[in-house]
Every structure is written in structure tokens, then in C-alpha cells.
Design a protein around this ligand. Structure first.
Ligand code: PRX
Length: 634
């Protein structure tokens, strides 16, 4: 990564003319200006494209800001808009989801079939006593049943909390505990790089630590023997064969502001934050953004290659594509299995028209050279997308030229778990600069400011803030409203702005370049990890007294995790200790949190008030000057 964001900002890429002309929104400026004039009218117009059991009385209630509420008085259910409303139309027989497993097995579901599967799942959950407002934890691989389970929860008014399968025991236990889930849905295992990830074993250990779980539904995927506790654990295929699993289920009438899901994300403290989203505003926002940014049409085959266990998957694999009645593709496993052409082969075979992925995946595949993609006919593609971290211009150009054959504009979408949907992003009619997320979505007002809130001049770094509420904004941190205020709304309390936690700059053309996180969050392969989470994983090992974790730039992953440990009394460094600690983190926090390197130090650099100076560790790791160390303890 030799280019830095914004260093090469004079090279424009124009979208193909017919693509721009035929897009849902051929003129970004006009729509942005219209939304700006009257945001509430703009969002109301978008909301009217969906079905409501009862219309809202007021679009936005800001009387208890920052606890904003949208579409007040409206009655709806996102599962109604995602599925029910397509049944009885021609779309019932349209393919909703094509799925390919890593071993090569294929399943596909029309809207009709998916609706039936979701209804069955909803009935099963109800039979286990799950009611409106209850939370259900979902910990699964990338299989269709994960999508069904989420929608089934929404349908019956339960709140899903999906925990990404790359997290392990303690991380899962903490999330079960915080969300107070009595029912958990999992798989026996998941396929990854030809191996089985033993999800059920992890669940057993997590539930031993957080015993509030009463029932576990286990979907059979990998088929190995797993422990099943009688009276607690049930095979999904057994339940599905029972008369209770009927193919019709009533959809719960939800208030716009009723919770839809919790999604845990890393912040500055070790305790993960449960970001809460609701039915009404979220459905409006995610469907509008997908339709406009990726120009989704009936004839498209949409592939969002994220994991459904992250916000990208929630919004753009599960909810938005179904609301729009689109055909999605989903792939279970690793992009390089069995060979580095797996993705390109899938695009060719299924005729994918839009691919949405992360820079880390692009860099990872780029490493294998042009020969792999060049062997495949990728001419079905018409648009590409990127998310999760800044895309370095080299990766951007490779994606554009080698994958998109210089015909497919790249939608570089900046957003967060908290924002629910795309915030800063091009539309297909917008001219592009490699590495810039370009401009805010219509209805979104952002700025880049200094600590006092003054806009910084072009070319200067500042804090990214969002100046107006938007329908898919998080509503709170689950169970911790004070943390919601402190984290997002206290830096610019006077102005009432949302602090994104990213630094950014604008160039002379008004294009926005995201630089990176300003807090103790590290983006590793696009995954968001808190240093505190990894540190507490390390210190839970008896040999470690104290730990500090930093992110160091990495060619493929964006950042690599480096850890510095202080040993506990009585422990000495042994040749196997580093490996043992890595295993420990893998076990406790998850494979995605394993440090690339662990060093053992006699002392950690700290301020006189006892705060670890991660900045100093980072400078040392990168061989840079340590900077101002006047506050460092002797
Ligand atoms: O730092 C930004 C980075 O990812 C963070 C949000 O992470 P998460 O909540 O896990 O959501 C990721 C998927 C939406 C942001 O604060 N980020 C996300 N997209 C981009 C990005 N940085 C630069 N460019 C992007 N397109």
C-alpha cells in the first residue's frame, strides 16, 4: 500500500454513460438537493414505497434527542415487507436466494419457499415460548437457515442477536449474557477451507459460562457427532418435521420503533456494545440505499460477499435485497477454496451482476495474480462495491481493471454497524476517485470538523460527524443508554452531532476520504476489534499480568494485531508460550482476534497516570520516532 488516502485525487473515473443514464438515480446532485430542502418529506416519500399496517403520524420525533424516533405511530413488520408482501404477486416464484456451500452443494429458494421456511422457523420459535420482545442468539455458519432464523425472529417480534461464527467461547458467552437470550440457534459446524469449524462445541462451552440459555436449536450442516443435551438441545430437522412447524405463521404487528435486532460491536472498552436497530426506519433506509447505490433491478443477481453475522450481511444480504424483491447469491466458504479462482468461477457460473466485498478480500485475491480471474468470463458484472475500511488505490485499480474490466464503477460505501446502512457513497452516476467514498447519500449531512466543531479546510484531517438524524441510526446501546450518549453524542453535545469515530478529510472537489479510526478500535481484514477485547483475552491466561494491543499496517489485512505482554509473577518466557497464548486468544475471543505477533516486555510504556501509551508501542513496532514522551512514567 504505497498510496495514502487523498494523495492521488486528481484522477477521475467516469461511469459508463448508459449505466448512469439508466440508473434509478441518474442525477445525484438534484436528489441530494431535494432531500436537503425537506429531509422529513424526503424520507416519508421513501417510506411510502413499503407497506405499513397503519401509517405513521409523524416522521421524526426529536423531542428526546439523541433518542430520536422515526415514523411515530406507524405499525409494520420488516418481515412483512421482506417476504409476506411478495406472496400473492408474481414475485412469489422469483428466486430469492441461491446458495452454494463450500463443498459445492447448491440450494435455492424462491420467495414462496423462503416464506414457507421462515414461517416454519417462526412456529418452532413460538413453540419454544419465544414471544415479542424476547431475544434469540444466533451463532451459525453462512447457511440459508441463518437467514431464515433472523427473519423468523423478526416475524414474531423477537429480537435477534447474531454473533459472528468467528468469535469463540467467552465472546459468545458475554453476548448471550448481555442480551439475556433463553433460546439459541446454531449449527453442528461450518465449512471453512475444507475443514469443520466446531460451532456446537463452542456453544456448549459458552452456555456453560452463561447458563441462561434454556433451548438450543441445532441445524445439521457438517454431520459430525456433536453432544446433544436431552431436554435442552434439539435438531432443527426433527423440529421441522413436527406438526407445529406449519408453513403458515402470523406476522406480529410491530410498532415502527420496536426493536428488530441487537448487533454487538467493538468500542473503546472491553465490554462489547449491543447496537440496537428497530423495524420502521431501518427497513426504509436499507432498502432505499441498496436500490439507489447499487441500482438494484429485477434482472440483477446480487452478491454481497459479507457474512450475515455482520451489519453488512444483516442489511444487504438479508433485509434490503428481500424488501426489494431481488435475487441474491450467497456462498458459504473461503474465496480461495479449493483454488484462488473460486469467486471468479461463481460469478461466471451464476451470472452475478453486482459484487460487493471488502478491500481485504480484494487484496487477498490480487496477491494470486491476474491469471486466475482472467480465465473466467466476468462480463455479467455491471457494478462493484467495497466496504469495511479505506480501499487503497492499487487495490481499487486492480478491482476496477481486472475484475470489472474497466466497465464497472466501484461503489466505495462508508458506513458502520451503528448507521445501519450506507452513509457516504457514490451512486452509479457519480464520478469516482480511487480510494474516496465520494459524497454523502441523499438526506445525510456530514462534516469534517476540529475538536471545537469548526469545519476544517480542504486537505486537513478532522473528525467525521453526522449532523442530522437518519432513519436507520442506532437507537441506543442495548441496556446502557448512558453509553449511547457518552460514546456518540457527547463530543459535540452542544451542536447535537453524531461522532462517527473516524478521521477523514475533504479534497478541493468536496470528495471525502476516510482515514481511519480515532479510538482503540482496530480494523483487521475489515473486522472491527477493540484492543480491550483482545487484551482481556490475553490477561485471562494465568501467565499474563498485563497486555497492550496495537494495530500495525499489513499488506493484506489492512492491519495486523501486535500484542505486548507483561508476565505474571513466577512465569518465564518459554519457547512455546507465544503459541500457547495465541491458542488461548483463539479459544476465548476467536480466530479473528489472534495476534500476528506477541512480544514479552519487562514493562509497558505508561503515562504517569497509568495509561498504556499504545502510540509509543506502535511507533516502536513501525520503527518510527516515539514522538512526545514527556508524559511517560520514568
Ligand atoms: O472506520 C470505518 C470503517 O469501518 C468502521 C465501521 O465498522 P463496522 O461497524 O464493523 O462496519 C463495517 C461495515 C459497514 C468505520 O467506522 N469503514 C467502513 N466502511 C469504510 C470504512 N472506512 C473507509 N472506507 C469505507 N468504505
Amino acid at each position: 500500500m504505497t498510496d495514502t488516502p487523498g494523495s492521488n485525487n486528481d484522477h477521475w473515473y467516469d461511469p459508463p454513460e448508459d449505466l448512469a443514464r439508466n440508473a434509478h438515480i441518474p442525477d445525484y446532485e438534484a436528489v441530494y438537493a431535494q432531500a436537503q430542502r425537506d429531509p422529513e418529506a424526503f424520507w416519508a416519500e421513501r417510506a411510502r414505497e413499503l407497506e405499513w399496517f397503519q401509517p405513521w403520524e409523524k416522521v421524526l420525533d426529536d423531542s428526546q434527542a439523541p433518542f430520536y424516533r422515526w415514523f411515530i405511530g406507524g405499525k409494520t413488520n420488516i418481515a412483512h415487507n421482506a417476504l409476506d408482501r411478495h406472496i400473492g404477486t408474481w414475485r412469489a416464484n422469483k428466486v430469492a436466494l441461491i446458495w452454494e456451500g463450500e463443498p459445492g452443494d447448491v440450494r435455492s429458494f424462491s420467495y414462496w419457499r423462503m416464506w414457507q421456511e421462515v414461517n416454519r422457523f417462526a412456529n418452532i420459535l413460538r413453540s419454544m415460548g419465544v414471544r415479542k420482545g424476547d431475544t434469540v442468539t444466533i451463532y451459525m455458519g453462512r447457511v440459508p437457515e441463518l437467514v431464515f432464523a433472523m427473519l423468523a425472529c423478526a416475524k414474531i417480534g423477537a429480537v435477534h442477536s447474531v454473533v459472528y461464527g468467528g468469535f469463540s467461547e467467552q465472546a459468545l458467552a458475554d453476548r448471550i449474557e448481555d442480551s439475556k437470550s433463553r433460546v439459541l440457534v446454531t449449527c453442528d459446524g461450518a465449512w471453512l477451507r475444507g475443514k469443520i469449524v466446531p460451532l456446537k462445541d463452542t456453544v456448549d462451552e459458552a452456555v456453560r459460562r452463561s447458563p441462561i440459555v434454556e433451548h438450543i436449536i441445532v441445524v445439521r450442516r457438517t454431520g459430525q457427532d456433536v453432544y446433544m443435551e436431552s431436554g435442552r438441545d434439539y435438531w432443527y430437522h426433527d423440529l421441522r418435521a413436527l406438526p407445529i412447524a406449519a408453513t403458515r405463521a402470523e406476522t406480529e404487528v410491530m410498532d415502527s420503533e420496536d426493536p428488530l435486532f441487537i448487533l454487538y460491536t467493538s468500542g473503546t472498552t472491553g465490554k462489547p456494545k449491543g447496537v440496537l436497530h428497530t423495524h420502521g426506519g431501518y427497513q426504509v433506509y436499507v432498502s432505499t440505499t441498496l436500490k439507489w447505490v447499487f441500482d438494484l433491478k429485477d434482472e440483477d443477481r446480487w452478491w454481497c460477499a459479507a457474512d450475515p453475522g455482520w451489519i453488512t450481511g444483516h442489511s444487504y444480504i438479508v433485509y434490503a435485497p428481500l424488501i426489494l424483491g431481488a435475487t441474491s447469491f450467497m456462498y458459504e466458504g473461503a474465496p480461495t477454496h479449493p483454488y484462488p479462482n473460486r469467486w471468479w468461477k461463481l460469478i461466471e457460473y451464476y451470472g452475478i451482476t453486482i459484487l460487493y466485498t471488502a478491500p481485504t478480500a480484494i487484496r487477498g485475491l490480487m496477491r494470486f495474480g491476474d491469471a486466475w480471474p482472467s480465465r473466467h468470463d466476468l462480463s455479467s458484472l455491471r457494478l462493484l462495491g467495497s466496504v469495511g475500511e479505506p480501499i487503497n488505490p492499487e487495490a481499487w485499480r486492480w478491482y476496477y481493471e481486472v475484475i470489472g474490466r474497466s466497465r464497472c464503477p466501484i461503489m466505495d460505501t462508508w458506513w458502520q454497524t451503528e448507521t445501519g446502512g450506507f452513509m457516504i457513497t457514490p451512486l452509479p452516476s457519480v464520478r469516482l476517485k480511487p480510494g474516496s467514498a465520494t459524497r454523502p447519500f441523499p438526506g445525510i449531512e456530514v462534516d469534517i470538523v476540529d475538536e471545537a466543531g469548526n469545519p476544517v479546510p480542504p486537505g486537513v484531517d478532522g473528525m467525521l460527524v453526522i449532523k442530522k438524524p437518519w432513519p436507520a441510526m442506532l437507537r441506543t446501546v442495548y441496556g446502557d443508554p448512558q453509553r449511547y450518549i457518552d460514546q456518540y453524542w457527547s463530543a459535540y453535545r452542544k451542536q447535537g452531532w453524531y461522532l462517527a469515530g473516524d478521521s477523514a478529510r475533504r479534497d478541493k472537489d468536496g470528495y471525502i476520504w476516510i482515514i481511519g479510526r480515532i479510538d482503540d478500535v482496530i480494523k483487521v481484514s475489515g473486522y472491527r476489534l477493540g484492543t480491550a477485547e483482545i487484551e482481556s483475552g490475553l490477561v485471562s491466561h494465568p501467565a499474563v499480568a498485563e497486555a497492550a494491543v496495537i494495530g500495525v499496517p499489513d499488506e493484506i489485512k489492512g492491519n495486523a494485531i501486535y500484542a505486548y505482554c507483561l508476565l505474571a509473577k513466577g512465569y518465564t518466557v518459554t519457547p512455546t508460550l507465544e503459541q500457547e497464548l495465541k491458542e488461548h486468544v483463539r479459544h476465548e475471543v476467536g480466530p479473528i482476534a489472534v495476534p500476528a505477533r506477541i512480544e514479552f516486555l519487562e514493562s509497558l510504556p505508561k503515562t504517569r497516570s497509568g495509561k498504556i501509551m499504545r502510540r509509543v508501542l506502535k511507533a516502536r513496532a513501525m520503527g518510527l520516532p516515539e514522538g512526545d514522551v514527556s508524559t511517560m512514567e520514568e
